[in-house]
Design a protein around this ligand. Structure first.
Ligand code: C5P
Length: 240
């Protein structure tokens, strides 16, 4: 059975900035309230040789924070295996990979014997059925998500990234073992922005999500720490 995360670790703040200094400022504002951060491609590639997203990740880990590195790797198996083996030395908690079976198998080999957990991205939420058809797939988004989640499960991948609405169906399919990490979370009354299928923190936890990835409702709030604390209170209340 998967380990139940501590309530305070279930909120992962997405540091979607193109400037590592701004990201660091937010981390300082959030202080001890937040223990888990997501660093994606934008922040990883930002800054310069002396300060960039990878350097910020190293500093966060040195401070005892957890880091989810959202690089969504996908390449030939040998490259994926070697890249994940390198990343596995750096102390990150989670790393995303695309849910192509050869990519997942290679990443699994790369992280063998380490504590880095792999999260598979089944179908990017920005894609719809027409995008899959244009890319040459003969599956709907729903069918491809189910197929890839089952393949991830079969290959022993630690978890999947999915919307809260998909959690109950996939829980039935892959059981209680896989970690389910849900973006697209909006506290009641918050602007949805470009997210199409949103859930509140409480409803995502109630649906069976393990971790919630939340960006703008915290990063763009007038008082980010107050916003984060309100979300943590909502998670703890549902989790109890
Ligand atoms: O600002 P917001 O809360 O919408 O940020 C959500 C985060 O989750 C962003 O970093 C976004 O890239 C990420 N994400 C997502 N949908 C996915 C996978 C990741 O919104 N399917």
């Amino acid at each position: 059975m998967r380990e139940k995360p501590k309530s305070s670790d279930r909120l992962i703040v997405a540091l979607d900035f193109s400037d590592p200094v701004r990201a660091q400022d937010l981390v300082e504002q959030l202080g001890s309230a937040i223990s888990f951060y997501k660093i994606g491609l934008e922040l990883a590639c930002s800054g310069d040789g002396s300060n960039n997203g990878f350097a910020l990740a190293d500093r966060l880990i040195a401070q005892g924070k957890k880091v989810f590195l959202d690089l969504k790797l996908h390449d030939i198996p040998n490259t994926v295996m070697r890249a994940t083996a390198e990343l596995a030395r750096r102390g990150y908690e989670f790393l995303t990979i695309h849910a192509y079976p050869p990519t997942m198998a290679a990443a699994k080999e790369g992280v063998a014997g380490t504590t880095l957990k792999l999260l598979a991205v089944t179908v990017l939420t920005a894609y719809d059925d027409a995008d899959l058809t244009a890319a040459g797939y003969g599956f709907s988004v729903q069918d491809l998500v189910a197929r890839r989640a089952a393949q991830a499960w079969g290959l022993g991948i630690d978890g999947i990234v999915l919307s809260a609405a998909e959690v109950p169906a996939l829980r039935l399919m892959v059981g209680g073992e896989m970690l389910m990490v849900t973006p697209g979370i909006r506290p009641a009354g918050a602007a949805a922005g470009d997210q199409k299928r949103v859930a509140t923190p409480a409803s995502a936890i109630a649906a069976g999500a393990d971790y919630l990835v939340i960006g703008r409702p915290i990063t763009e709030a007038p008082d980010p720490r107050a916003s984060a604390e309100a979300i943590l209170t909502e998670i703890a209340a549902t989790d109890a």
